[in-house]
Design a protein around this ligand. Structure first.
Ligand code: UT7
Length: 324
C-alpha cells in the first residue's frame, strides 16, 4: 500500500513513583499491585511538565529517526485524553514547540486506542497525497487526571508520550490494514467527565471531578475478548496467519490481560512487547512507547510483520497490521 512508518520516538518523565510510594497515599500494597496488575513503577510528570512537552520530546526523536526536517511535516495529530489545554489542542502546542510551520494540527480522543486511530488517519492522508508526512503522537499526563484517593484507579496509570512519522514509499508494503471498533453503549464502565459546567442551568451537583473512573473487572473481561476478536478480524481480512506475525505490540494496561491475550492467541510470551511493569497504563501513549522501545532494541527489522492492538474508554479498540 506504500504507507510506512519512517521513524519512531518516545519520552518518559524522569520522576519514578513506586508502588510503595502509592501505598503511603491509599490503602494498597506493592504486593497487591504487582500481583493484580504487573505494575512496579510508573513515571509521573514533574514541575512544568505538561502533555505537550512530553509529546514534543517524543516527536523530536521520531523526526530525527525518520531523517526528515520539521518543515516536511504536513500534519500533526496528537491522541490524548489529558491535554493541558482544551483549546488550543496539544497538537498546536507541539507544532509551535517544533517550529513545524507548514503543518496543520489537531487532537483526537480515542482513549487508549488513540494512537491506532491516529495512524489509520495518517495512512488515509498519505494515500491521498503521497508527498504528505504526518506526525502522530500519543501523549498523556494522566497523573493530573487521577483521583489520588481512589485505589481502584490511581495505582494503574502513568505519564509519557510516543510518536511516529508516517509517510509514503513507492512499492513498500508498510501499513497492511486495521480493524478499528467502538461501542459507546458501554461508556460508563470507563470514563472521565469534562470540567464542571459553568452554565447554571445544567450544573451537575454530584459532578465526580475530572478524573478517570473505572469498573475494572468489567473492563478487564471486555478488553481480552475485544482485542482477540480485532486481531483475528484484521488477520482474516488481510489473509495473514498469526504464525507470520513477528511481534505483538499491545496496549499496556495489565500484565494479566496481556498474558491472557497471548494465551488465547497461543503466542509465545517472547513475541509480545511488555513494559507495563515500568510505566503502568499510559493510555494513548502506551503503544507508541512500546513500539519505539521495540524498534530501538532491534526487535523489529525491515520486512517483519507486526501487530498492534488496543482497548480503552469509549469503548474503543482495534488491531493494526504493519509490514515493517
Ligand atoms: O486502559 C484501559 C483499559 N483498562 C483496563 O484494561 C483495566 C482493566 N482492569 C484491571 O486491570 C483490573 O480489573 C484491576 C487491576 C483494575 C483490578 O483487579 P481485579 O482483580 O479485577 O480486582 P477487583 O477490582 O475485583 O478487586 C478485588 C479486591 C476488592 O476487595 P474485596 O471487595 O474483594 O474485599 C477491592 O476492593 O481488591 C480490592 N482492591 C484493592 N486492594 C488493594 C481494589 N484495588 C485495590 C488496591 N489495593 N489498589
Amino acid at each position: 500500500m506504500g504507507t510506512v512508518i519512517l521513524g519512531t520516538g518516545s519520552c518518559l518523565p524522569d520522576k519514578i513513583v513506586t508502588n510503595d510510594d502509592i501505598a503511603k497515599i491509599v490503602d494498597t500494597s506493592d504486593e497487591w499491585i504487582r500481583t493484580r496488575t504487573g505494575i512496579r513503577t510508573r513515571r509521573v510528570c514533574g514541575q512544568d511538565e505538561q502533555t505537550y512537552n512530553l509529546a514534543t520530546r517524543a516527536a523530536r526523536r521520531a523526526i530525527a529517526a525518520a531523517g526528515i526536517g520539521v518543515e516536511e511535516i504536513g500534519l500533526i495529530v496528537v491522541a490524548t485524553i489529558s491535554s493541558h489545554t482544551l483549546m488550543p489542542s496539544s497538537a498546536c502546542l507541539v507544532q509551535k514547540e517544533l517550529g513545524a510551520t507548514k503543518a496543520f494540527a489537531y487532537d483526537i480522543n480515542a482513549a487508549c486506542s488513540g494512537f491506532l486511530f491516529g495512524i489509520d488517519l495518517a495512512h488515509k492522508y498519505v494515500q491521498a497525497d503521497h508527498g504528505m508526512k504526518v506526525l502522530v503522537v500519543g501523549a498523556e499526563n494522566l497523573s493530573s487526571r487521577l483521583n489520588w484517593s481512589d485505589r481502584n484507579t490511581c495505582i494503574l496509570f502513568g505519564d509519557g508520550a510516543g510518536a511516529a512519522v508516517v509517510g509514503y514509499r513507492d512499492g513498500a508494503s508498510g501499513y497492511l490494514g486495521a480493524n478499528l471498533r467502538s461501542d459507546g453503549s458501554l461508556w460508563e464502565l470507563l470514563y472521565m467527565y469534562a470540567p464542571k459546567s459553568s452554565n447554571p442551568d445544567i450544573t451537575h451537583e454530584d459532578h465526580p471531578g475530572t478524573y478517570i473512573i473505572m469498573e475494572g473487572k468489567e473492563v478487564f473481561k471486555h478488553a481480552v475478548k475485544a482485542m482477540e476478536d480485532a486481531i483475528h478480524g484484521v488477520l482474516a481480512r488481510e489473509g495473514i496467519g498469526l504464525d507470520a506475525v513477528k511481534l505483538l505490540v499491545p496496549h499496556q494496561a495489565n500484565i494479566r490481560i496481556l498474558n491472557k491475550l497471548a494465551e488465547r492467541l497461543q503466542m509465545p510470551a517472547d513475541d509480545v512487547v511488555i513494559n507495563v511493569s515500568e510505566y503502568g497504563n499510559t493510555s494513548a501513549a502506551s503503544i507508541p512507547i512500546a513500539l519505539d522501545e521495540a524498534v530501538r532494541a532491534g526487535r523489529i527489522q525491515e520486512g517483519d510483520v507486526i501487530l498492534l492492538c488496543s482497548f480503552g474508554g469509549g469503548f474503543t479498540w482495534g488491531a493494526t497490521l504493519i509490514k515493517w
